[in-house]
Ligand binder design. Sequence first.
Ligand code: NAP
Length: 228
Amino acid sequence: MQRILIIGATRGIGNALAQEFVTRGWHVTGTARKQAGTPLHAIQDEHPAAVDIVQVDINMPEQISALHDRLRDRRFDILLVNAGTSNANQSETIAETTAEEFSRVMVTNALSPMQAVEALAELVTPEGTISVMSSGQGSITENTRGGREVYRGSKAALNQYMRCYAIRTRGARPMLLIAPGWIQTELGGAEARYTLAESAPKLVDLLLAQKGRPGLRFEDRDGRAVAW
Ligand SMILES: NC(=O)c1ccc[n+]([C@@H]2O[C@H](COP(=O)([O-])OP(=O)(O)OC[C@H]3O[C@@H](n4cnc5c(N)ncnc54)[C@H](OP(=O)(O)O)[C@@H]3O)[C@@H](O)[C@H]2O)c1
């Protein structure tokens, strides 16, 4: 049985991917901030042998460290760091946002995912894939329309830090930054272009397609390279 560790699997994209991996016969270890009652717990109720849930807030380094210790004897084929957030007022400019809100978004979307990657990488098999949920809005080249400045900056920072990580670790394994497309979730909003149901199989295919391709890539839901 192949295994994936998903950080942030309670709802939205992370949860839909957890469900899709279980449907394809994988074992999923997913993290939640709540102890019970999330859609991830519902998947576990239906497939108790295929799902483990560990409680983690990605912004608490001691909880990431405890997660590592708890899982130290397991090896995963894929690590997916999916947890992410947006600033409450997405139309504010970078100069209008408060330092507190800027820090919350940057810590959740850039610092904490990288701390999770660093701490959990050794739980991934040497040829396994390390992936992080980025966004097309993290592309500087493709930013021709502006907007969502705080969020864009956090995902651009995440991309930069993953490149540093890939260079430092010499890109010896598959590593992926995902631009999943605009998807209907709490973060994406109801007017988003894609549903979770149509997105999950494509994103799982994208993750599986990384096998045997060492090095860092930034790819969209169709496996096309996204310009940095
Ligand atoms: N939806 C889109 O259109 C879109 C597009 C591009 C990229 N993305 C990225 O995709 C990822 C998932 O987004 P989504 O649309 O599925 O959003 P969502 O529905 O709001 O779900 C966010 C997920 O992240 C978790 N999370 C947030 N803060 C966390 C923290 N401090 N510690 C642990 N888990 C935390 C949430 O857990 P709780 O249930 O505990 O809050 C939830 O599982 C994000 O990185 C987002 O930036 C989304």
